[in-house]
Design a protein around this ligand. Structure first.
Ligand SMILES: Nc1ncnc2c1ncn2[C@@H]1O[C@H](COP(=O)(O)OP(=O)(O)O)[C@@H](O)[C@H]1O
Ligand SMILES: [Mg+2]
Length: 203
């Protein structure tokens, strides 16, 4: 099976990398894909949620030696990991609070300089704070996708599941939040198709 690789990267902790890795993988399952999440820290968030036994996909803790039996591979990078990911598509979550934002700006510069295709996902923006709202709006204007701040994520986390778990069906605005992930998946697939078109043109 040939697979698409997406790195979820931002060297700052707490930006939403693990949250996006598992929920995006769950969205991919909904779309009939076979995702695989790689989380290099055995004690990392996505590994711990996987250990709960409720995820409809695998989360492993090292890059497999052989070609994985999956068609979408998501790497959930660790905090403080400044090594530029190898794949072309880099998904960068960012919380727009002033203390969080700078690491993203620096890392994105590195990624863009290296010719990466960056997809930015704004997470948990507090829109009642003018400064955060302005940052979030500016990023969205430039093409970022926003996952609004929502209690569904901590609720799903506490039960070691994703927001796509049927047990979350009645959670407040969960359909909207699921829709956000479908949108991210759509943006990723558009990048992947573009990439394939380009390699075919070269060949
Ligand atoms: N849009 C959001 N709304 C509410 N909480 C969020 C949102 N995005 C992320 N979070 C929360 O932020 C925290 C850190 O996210 P996490 O995925 O662990 O970050 P990272 O993997 O980048 O360290 C988690 O508790 C997660 O549920
Ligand atoms: Mg994490």
């Amino acid at each position: 099976m040939s697979f698409k690789l997406v790195n979820i990267w931002n060297p700052k902790g707490g930006q939403g990398k693990s949250m996006i890795a598992i929920n995006l993988a769950a969205a991919a399952v909904e779309m009939g894909l076979k995702p695989l999440v790689i989380c290099q820290d055995p004690q990392g968030t996505s590994r711990m949620i996987y250990a709960g036994g409720r995820l409809p996909f695998e989360v492993i803790s090292s890059i497999p030696q052989e070609k994985p039996d999956a068609n979408l591979v998501l790497i959930d990078h660790q905090a403080s990991d400044w090594e530029l990911p190898k794949g072309r598509i880099v998904l960068m979550p960012v919380k727009p609070a002033r203390t969080q934002y700078k690491t993203y700006v620096d890392a994105r510069k590195l990624a863009e300089k290296a010719g990466k295709q960056v997809i930015t996902v704004v997470t948990d923006a507090q829109h009642h704070r003018a400064e955060e709202r302005a940052t979030a709006e500016r990023l969205v204007e430039k093409g970022a996708i926003e996952i609004p701040s929502s209690g569904v994520f901590s609720r799903a986390d506490a039960q070691l599941m994703t927001i796509f778990d049927p047990e979350m069906n009645k959670a407040y605005k969960v359909k909207d939040r699921r829709g956000d992930f479908m949108k991210i998946l759509g943006a990723l697939m558009a990048e992947v198709l573009e990439e394939e078109g380009r390699t075919q043109n070269v060949a």
